[in-house]
Design a protein around this ligand. Structure first.
Ligand code: ADP
Length: 633
């Protein structure tokens, strides 16, 4: 175990002794190098450059004591040292050991001849000292690491000692250590807690029984356990893990889960609210995942579709193959495709579908669907609602019939009355009948005219409300469209009702084309123009203007008539609304409502600005067409 070139320092001023020592050591082993210096100063100089493996130092040197060398110089590089003395008195021995020498030798012939054995023994002792020191150092370091971890952990940690009762049962525990996080979570001060019993610390506000039971099991089985409870002192929900540490000690690691608990409670409440809301909804609501599998459905949906739990796990294609699902005009309804589009981010509103249930009953549904987003914008599924519109659909069918009756059965006799009235009027004129007969006849004709308008309005109303009016939009140049309309009106000579002579038109040629159904647009314009002329003095002008406003064209009909009272303005577009003061006999209160509906089916808006006594401006918008218009228009 002697390393190669084992370096021994000998500090000795007596040449005789130095020689004896040299002989003794060199006879001991090969590979030994002995460096001899004769004074304290020389030894210091030597130690400044070298680190000996072993040193033999004379106690009395010409320039001082050998012990000085040990206490100071050895700090730099540690080496085992043995002191040499001339006399072996007790005082020297004590001084030698104090300075850190491992042994001291009396310089006589016998001892010196024993030197190799003594050196070996000293080296063994030194090696023991070194390994003990290393072990101590390792322990110190690991303890320090543990301390640092303990102090900085976010989890609350405590180490406790079990207290047994006379029957050997776990009766209590004593707190032996705890970290700052523990102080925070438990609202307890380290100084006051350490050394105290749990019963004294927590017993007054906490039921310790379940904790004691857990500690008992953990100590007995050696297996860690967890316990969740509410800690009233700091009003916290905590999760405590118990570990045994042996010798009747155990440790606890506590996590504050108050926030998590609150979140869970909120979530539970939210889910309960959601569930209650879904249950209360009369419409069928189904929540799909992004693969079209059903995650949740409300009772209305269960009643409507009758899906079994297995059906819910099916892919949507498999599931819908069980029903015959069609669009109102009898084509297969693209439910699967629709859901795929919604999963991709689209929204569907009011798509009508008809499906035949397994028992054969036909059900009409209006279906809407929207994607479900998480907070960070991820699409995770689809919510679909299905409203049973079967009875509405039946009603609609009835209404269609009713509409047909009104429009045909009622209009036909009216046309007859009107025709014969016209003939009668002409005959009376020819016969030069009295003015009063002519006037009576005119009244009959006016009445039928009015009745016809009313019937037309009611039919329009029914069709619009039944969603039966679908605009056949084409790209129109408003300027030429209005011009053609005026020409037609002039030809019809609707003087009195619509006097084109009062009309001024201001439509800039640069106006972009609009997207509109020509028939519906004509009705919008006629309604507004008729009203403007009807509710203003015959000699006043009526203006028709149009201008572009971003993606829309704004069209305004301006009159200088009686205007509309402020209180009536917000209601003017409502169904059957007629301002009270000057209700006219030929007024039904449907014209503006129908006009609004007609504007809305084009995706436009309509509004009025009116100054009572000075006139009104009715404005509406139409979308600008993205298409260019051919020259003939
Ligand atoms: P109707 O003309 O059949 O009464 P409308 O819906 O067209 O039905 O008009 C509703 C009411 O709004 C009218 O009764 C009238 O009082 C008022 N009104 C409509 N247009 C004008 C206008 N240009 N100037 C003044 N009042 C108007």
């Amino acid at each position: 175990m002697v390393p190669k070139a084992y370096r021994i320092l000998l500090v000795e001023d007596s040449e005789v002794h130095a020689e004896l020592i040299r002989e003794s050591l060199l006879s001991w082993k090969a590979g030994i190098r002995l460096d001899v210096v004769t004074s304290l100063a020389a030894a210091r100089a030597y130690l400044a450059d070298h680190a000996p493996d072993f040193a033999l130092i004379d106690f009395m040197l010409p320039d001082g004591k050998g012990t000085d060398l040990l206490s100071l110089e050895r700090k730099k590089g540690e080496f085992p040292a043995v002191l040499l003395t001339a006399s072996g008195d007790e005082q020297t021995a004590v001084e030698a050991m104090k300075s850190g020498a491992l042994d001291y030798l009396v310089k006589d012939a016998t001892t010196l001849s024993e030197l190799p054995r003594i050196v070996e023994r000293t080296l063994r002792e030194w090696s023991n000292i070194v390994s003990r020191r290393q072990a101590e150092e390792a322990l110190r370091r690991s303890e320090e690491k543990y301390r640092r971890l303990f102090a900085n952990m976010r989890e609350a940690v405590a180490v406790d000692r079990v207290v047994y009762d006379e029957n050997g049962r776990v009766a209590d525990w004593v707190v032996t250590d705890l970290n700052p996080a523990y102080e925070k979570v438990f609202g307890i001060n380290r100084q006051t807690a350490i050394g105290r019993r749990a019963s004294a610390l927590y017993g007054s506000f906490l039921d310790l029984e379940p904790l004691l039971q857990t500690v008992t099991r953990v100590i007995e089985t050696g297996r860690p356990e967890q316990l969740e409870y509410f800690y009233p002192l700091s009003q916290k929900h905590i999760l405590v893990s118990f570990f045994t540490m042996g010798d009747g000690y155990f440790a606890t690691l506590t996590r504050d889960i108050t926030e998590r608990r609150h979140m869970e409670e909120d979530l539970r409440r939210l889910l309960a609210e959601q569930e209650a809301t879904l249950n209360a909804i009369a419409d069928a609501v189904i929540i799909y995942d992004s693969d079209g599998r059903i995650r949740h459905m409300n009772p209305a949906a269960e009643r409507l579709f009758g899906y079994s739990p297995e059906d819910r796990l099916m892919s949507i294609a498999e599931r819908i193959s069980r029903f015959k699902i069609e669009t109102p005009d009898g084509r297969p309804f693209p439910l699967e495709d629709l859901l795929r589009r919604v999963v991709a981010g689209e929204r569907i509103k009011g798509s009508v579908l008809a499906f035949r249930r397994s028992e054969g009953r036909e059900v009409w549904l209006s279906c809407s669907a929207a994607p479900i987003y998480t907070e960070d914008g991820q699409r995770i599924g689809v919510v679909g609602t299905y409203t049973d519109i079967t009875s509405l659909h039946e009603l609609q069918k009835e209404r269609d019939l009713y509409l047909h009756t009104i429009s045909h059965d009622l209009r036909t006799p009216l046309t007859v009355v009107q025709g014969y009235g016209q003939l009668l009027r002409e005959a009376l004129e020819k016969e030069r009948a009295g003015a009063s007969l002519g006037m009576m006849c005119d009244e009959v004709l006016k009445g039928t005219q009015r009745m016809k308008r009313m019937i037309d309005a009611l039919v329009d109303l029914a069709r619009l409300e039944g969603g039966q009016v679908e605009p056949k939009a084409s790209t129109l140049l408003l300027g030429s469209f209005v011009q053609q309309l005026v020409v037609r009106l002039e030809r019809l000579r609707l003087k009195g009702v619509l006097d084109t002579g009062r009309l001024t038109i201001d439509i800039p040629p640069s106006l972009p084309p609009v997207l509109a159904d020509p028939d519906l647009l004509e009705r919008i314009l006629l309604n507004l123009l008729t009203n403007a002329m009807k509710y203003s003095a015959p000699e006043t002008p009526v203006r028709l203007e149009a201008r572009r406003n971003e993606g829309e064209v704004e069209i305004a009909v301006i009159d200088q008539g009686e205007g509309i009272a402020r209180k009536d303005q917000p209601h003017i577009f409502e169904r059957f609304y007629r301002p009270g003061e000057h209700r006219r006999e030929d007024s039904v209160g449907l014209g503006l409502y129908i006009t609004r509906k007609l504007v809305e089916v084009h995706g436009g808006r309509i509004w009025v600005e009116s100054d009572p006594g000075r006139g009104s401006t009715f404005s509406f918008t139409l979308p600008v067409s993205g298409l260019a218009v051919s020259a003939k228009e």
